[in-house]
Design a protein around this ligand. Structure first.
Ligand code: ADP
Ligand code: ZN
Ligand code: ZN
Length: 733
């Protein structure tokens, strides 16, 4: 019998990041197990606080003043043994606290009191009890007989004009009883059946290899439209046959109705779906379905990787190259890494899929750490689209100042005439991306962030894309008072306006962050285009992913260079991926597709190889640059970011830290230190930002040492300076 428990307290403070010992009162000792959430008195005031039981002890020596656990919060333990092991690994790997790990493992909101929604419904009781005269209620009993358990007391009273007191009397005499039922807050719609397809030889080979191989980790490198989803579904079916569960991860924005439609259409509605637009209640109910073993398949974004399936057989990570699989708040986990850890702990297979695998992943294939499966043809006989490049400098020379090159203009025209559909892609939202004074050069910047404001036509506002601040537009320069305020740089709003101007008869819709804020807005835009109620879809990278529309014959990339100019070693890779992915939306049906890529950098290798659709050449060139510069996968990058409202304190502190770190590095010649310097975006939400970057052969011991020394050096100012450590961060801005 256990008498004591080691408990993690629900509190974000770093000082509290350890186990606290509590006594288990007799009345709880038979029920309490590892993983339960409990209420415990905590701190000087003994405030009732949530805690999580991580260890149990028979005795405990040397600790005085042990407090008692007050109560158990839930009917079941929230964490399993393997969750706790995963938590330990994550805490070390991602430099975070226990409680931060726990909060990613359980549904958000649970510690704020979100639970199952319970209603009391009225059921038929023991009609034959006979002790009482039921004559006066005969009719009420009949009503309930016909609607057994469908109504609550007040619904019954309102719908059938029955007094509450009569119902109460009947309940008292056991003719009726009131029973509690949980209300489902998840999507219970029926979906149109999505028939199982006969696999082609490439797909079959992939499925067989994955099932038969002793290896656990695979990559399907399959061109856009090669039928990767069908492969995933066949594997999921096989897992179901074996009594095992599957998790399918897709990037948040590709969690289109399409993926859900396909999976629910194939496996029935009993699959769980997770995305960021779920309410806390919906998320809780979906999670409980998984926890209780009521579903065997889950489709979801990044955090679905933590779902507590009991007998997990398969994790699929679709579009594995996507940056959104990396979390940028603590714990800064990467779903790809968590998949590996779960595979180690639980023995499941991991399947990555992409038409443009990340350089790191493809490198691991070459190192034979991942088994590579390649598909070079589209699944249903469709041809890969023809991709053409347009040098926009030439267009300007020929006096074409519009945002459409002649080629793109003609292609759209032809497409509309043929009653086909087009997608136009620009990776920037808003109308104009910066506003400045032509006389003195003043740029309208966000007062809270070091970034220029974007003009949004809708609302006639200047908006900051980092903190969301809105400003009225001014026609006068605040600096010199001149009236030469001009708008520069184009965003998706502007494209929409231009399309309406040049193609007035076309029906146009736009899909970007601004038009998809509402809960169902994404789905609405998706169905509008799918049902052919729009001819042209304009969008940011949201339109680049996964979409499978058969009538799209033209894809236009308005400015391929945008992602090239970011100060990040992955900008070429991102550019290659984006152009290839968005091109892949064209020609997915019977008709041939055409892609037109407009650029000012026609000689750039990322653009050239995406146009010739040559992943291998791109990989070879990119990997040799990475090797030459000692970038990942040949090294690791550790980014230490410090931020504060107090700029002077921040600079002093980071300099102090860096002086120490420089000395420390002297013994470690294969790690390079860059900085300290102000971040590319020097201020966000009034917080100044500086960083130090380490590059090289960085291991977890190094990270641990760095973390504890920084903590020590900044002890005095820790409340005023935020420090964040990120290994291989998704962005270096
Ligand atoms: P990917 O995810 O690789 O881009 P999809 O899974 O969207 O490709 O498949 C592209 C198209 O090919 C889809 O419309 C799909 O229904 C179809 N498809 C996939 N596999 C087959 C098959 N074996 N036979 C016929 N059509 C298929
Ligand atoms: Zn001015
Ligand atoms: Zn801002």
């Amino acid at each position: 019998m256990y008498s004591f428990a080691g408990i993690i307290i629900n509190n974000e403070s770093v000082q509290i990041d350890r186990l606290f010992t509590y006594r288990i009162p007799k009345e709880l000792s038979t029920k309490l197990e590892v993983g339960y959430r409990v209420k415990v008195p905590f701190g000087k005031g003994n405030r009732a606080t949530d805690g999580f039981v991580i260890e149990l002890y028979e005795s405990c020596d040397g600790i005085n003043h042990i407090k008692d656990i007050q109560s158990i919060c839930d009917d079941f333990p929230l964490l399993r043994d393997v969750d706790i092991r995963l938590m330990e690994i994550m805490r070390k790997k991602y430099f975070c606290t226990y409680i931060q790990c726990i909060k990613t493992l359980i549904p958000t909101g649970i510690t704020r009191g979100v639970k199952s929604k319970i209603l009391s419904k009225i059921y038929l009781g023991n009609e034959l009890s006979g002790k009482y005269d039921k004559e006066p209620y005969k009719s009420i009993i009949d009503i309930v007989k016909n609607n057994d358990g469908s109504f609550t007391k007040s619904e019954l009273s309102n719908s059938f004009k029955i007094s509450i007191s009569s119902i109460n009397t009947l309940i008292k005499h056991e003719f009726l009883y009131s029973g509690q039922v949980a209300v489902n807050r998840f999507d219970t719609r029926d979906f149109q059946s999505y028939e199982k397809k006969t696999l082609n030889v490439h797909q079959k080979l992939a499925v067989d290899t994955i099932l038969k191989s002793m290896k656990r980790k695979f990559l399907i490198h399959g061109v856009t439209g090669s039928g990767k989803t069908e492969i995933y579904m066949h594997l999921v079916s096989e897992m179901l046959n074996q009594g095992k569960q599957s998790i399918i991860l897709v990037p948040e924005i590709a969690l289109t109705p399409q993926m859900v439609e396909r999976f629910k259409g194939r496996f029935g509605k009993d699959i769980a779906v997770f995305h960021s637009k779920l309410s806390d209640g919906e998320r809780y109910d979906e999670w409980v379905r998984v926890k209780k073993g009521e579903v065997n398949v889950a489709v979801g974004a990044r955090s679905a990787i933590f779902l507590p399936f009991k007998n997990l057989g398969l994790i699929v990570i679709d579009e594995e190259h996507e940056g959104s699989y990396k979390s940028d708040s603590d714990p800064k986990y990467n779903s790809r890494e968590i998949a590996d850890i779960r595979s180690e702990l639980e023995g499941c297979k991991v399947l990555l899929g992409s038409a443009t695998p990340s350089i790191e992943t493809f490198f691991m294939c070459k190192q034979k750490e991942i088994e590579l499966l390649t598909i070079t043809d589209r699944a249903d006989g469709a041809m890969m689209p023809k991709v053409e490049l347009v040098d926009m400098r030439e267009e300007l020379l020929q006096n074409n100042k519009s945002i459409f090159s002649k080629k793109l203009y003609n292609a759209i025209n032809q497409c509309l005439e043929n009653k086909e559909q087009a997608i136009l892609f620009l990776n920037r939202r808003g109308y104009s991306t910066f506003v400045s004074c032509r006389k003195c050069g003043y740029v309208f910047k966000c007062p809270n962030c070091d970034i220029s404001l974007t003009y949004h036509n809708h609302g006639n506002n200047l908006t900051c894309h980092y903190c969301g601040v809105n400003q009225r537009v001014s026609s006068v320069c605040p600096s010199c008072g001149s009236k030469y305020v001009k708008y520069f740089g184009i965003g998706t709003e502007k494209i929409e306006e231009e399309v309406k101007k040049y193609f007035p008869s076309a029906r146009v819709i736009r899909m970007d962050h601004d038009t998809t804020r509402g809960k169902n807005s994404y789905e609405k835009i998706y169905s509008t285009f799918k049902e052919r109620e729009a001819d042209i879809l304009i969008g940011t990278q949201m339109v680049a992913k996964g979409l499978d529309f058969k009538d799209v014959t033209v894809v236009g990339v308005i400015a391929a260079d945008l992602s090239l100019n970011l100060p990040d070693y992955r900008s070429a890779e991102r550019t290659f991926q984006l152009i290839t992915q968005v091109s892949g939306r064209a020609g997915r049906g019977q008709k041939n597709g055409k892609v037109i890529v407009q650029t000012y950098n026609p000689d750039n290798y990322a653009i050239r190889y995406s146009i010739s659709n040559d992943y291998y050449k791109f990989y070879d060139e990119e990997i040799s640059i990475r090797q030459g510069m000692n970038y990942p996968p040949f090294s690791k990058i550790l980014c230490i970011n410090m931020s504060s409202k107090n700029e002077k304190l921040l600079i002093n502190s980071i300099q102090m830290a860096s002086n120490y770190l420089k000395n420390y590095l002297k013994e470690n010649s294969n790690i390079e230190m860059l900085g300290p310097c102000s971040c590319t975006i020097g201020k966000i939400k009034e917080q100044y930002r500086w960083q130090i970057i380490f590059k090289g052969n960085i291991d977890s011991e190094f990270c641990r040492n760095i973390k504890s020394s920084i903590y020590e050096i900044l002890k005095e100012v820790y409340n005023d300076i935020r420090v964040s450590m990120d290994l291989n961060p998704s962005s270096l801005l």
